[in-house]
Design a protein around this ligand. Structure first.
Ligand SMILES: Cc1ncc(COP(=O)(O)O)c(C=O)c1O
Length: 386
């Protein structure tokens, strides 16, 4: 299946101009079918739980393959916040240690660390203004702030409010030289960019699955490379134990945690969403995430050409290798959100303007239609202002 044919699998994309993948992606027919199949089994058989749990491990293995990881490096979580908190609280801190964050990063990332200030962690915001023309973060961004007490650097791979793609691999190299861990929020990049998580060199990478990975809310993942034992889980449950026995009797002896990422798993899984993820991975296997990345960047090229012609500035970077599927248009005049909604365009208002974000279901015509609507909006809203 090529990417053009995929659009028909996302009915919402045909019903209005859906340009809000960074908020959430519309459900696709195959994912819906996987959910239906799961609920049919639950309805008719009261739940073949053993079979479902086998399927969890199959999906874990496929997800790991999709990310360039091993199954033992993947934990299923509830969402990005849970994964980030597991990593932040799991590192061994001394009071007076510090963590470097980018100013303006996603609240769920910032709060995961702010919660640790009570235990003596210093949270150091790093300005992400790289100077004229540089709208992304790399090792040079963090170098002036890192010191011998820096225990971690934590950042979003792709920033939700600008679409900038930060140089995680370069930042991880710098951090390693200083003995610091790198904890990444990949909520916006997973399923959009062709990621090889191990090659990034990070200590932990967390994401939810309801955007690029195309499943409904309530499922996330945490990647921790082979040495998961460096992180201690804050919570413990049967799922994370190495020595379980058939009769489920627990003594009061030592807690023996699994050596792999599953040590962070708590209780039952979000089984419907894991089934849905299996169907989403089928889609990616057909189309290839590399094609998704090229596709959204091509749509970005086209959008930038239109914006140039219309005189609309982009808040984030224009360089292809520094951007993603998110484009923030510097349209801050009051009235834009309402105007776009009245034209049946689904976008988000963010701090620097109107955020347009592409999914694998968007096409060049969507971009051209948006440009026409923006042109009309510029006339209408400037007439109103006059
Ligand atoms: C960068 C980033 N991190 C995290 C989230 C959401 O966090 P969670 O998955 O915990 O709801 C979002 C958006 O919803 C995001 O854009």
């Amino acid at each position: 299946m090529d990417i053009a044919k995929l659009r028909s699998q996302f009915p919402a994309a045909e019903q209005f101009l859906y340009l809000d993948a960074a908020h959430q992606t519309p459900l696709s027919l195959p994912v819906r079918a996987a959910l239906d199949a799961f609920y049919d089994q639950a309805l008719n058989t009261a739940g073949p739980k053993k079979h479902w749990l086998t399927h969890v491990e199959e999906v874990r293995a496929r997800l790991a393959g999709f990310l360039g990881a091993e199954p033992r490096e993947i934990a299923f979580t509830k969402n990005t916040s849970e994964g980030l908190n597991i990593a932040a609280h799991g590192l061994r801190w001394e009071p007076g240690d510090n963590v470097l964050l980018l100013e303006g990063d996603h609240p769920n990332l910032v709060y995961a660390w702010l919660g640790l200030r009570a235990k003596g962690l210093e949270v150091r915001p790093v300005p992400q203004d790289g100077g004229p023309g540089k709208k992304w973060a790399d090792a040079d961004t963090f170098a002036p702030y890192i010191d011998s007490r820096t225990r971690a650097v934590s950042l979003s791979h792709v920033m939700f409010h600008s679409g900038q793609r930060n140089d995680v691999a370069g930042i991880a190299k710098l951090a390693k030289q200083h003995g610091a861990e790198v904890v990444v929020d990949a909520m916006q990049s997973l399923g959009v960019l062709d990621l090889d998580v191990r090659a990034l060199g990070v200590s932990a990478l967390a994401a939810g699955c309801h955007k690029g990975l195309l499943v409904p809310q309530g499922l996330g993942l945490l990647f921790t490379p082979n040495d998961a034992e460096r992180l201690s889980p804050t919570y413990t449950a049967l799922a994370g134990m190495a020595d379980t026995n058939e009769n489920l009797a627990v003594g009061t002896g030592q807690v023996k945690l699994r050596p792999d990422a599953q040590r962070f798993e708590i209780g039952n899984f979000n089984l419907p969403a894991i089934h849905a993820l299996g169907a989403a991975l089928d889609l990616f296997e057909e189309v290839g995430v590399r094609s998704v990345e090229e596709h959204v960047l091509d749509l970005g090229d086209r959008l930038i050409q239109h914006l140039d012609a219309l005189g609309i500035r982009l808040a984030g970077p224009v360089e292809r290798e520094r951007r993603s599927h998110i484009y923030v248009l510097d349209l801050r005049a009051p009235g834009w959100p309402e105007f776009l909604a009245s034209e049946k365009v689904r976008v988000s208002s963010v701090r620097d303007g109107i955020r347009v974000s592409f999914g694998l279901y968007n096409n060049a015509e969507d971009v051209d239609r948006l440009a026409g609507i923006l042109r009309r909006g510029l006339t209408k809203l400037s007439d109103q202002a006059a």
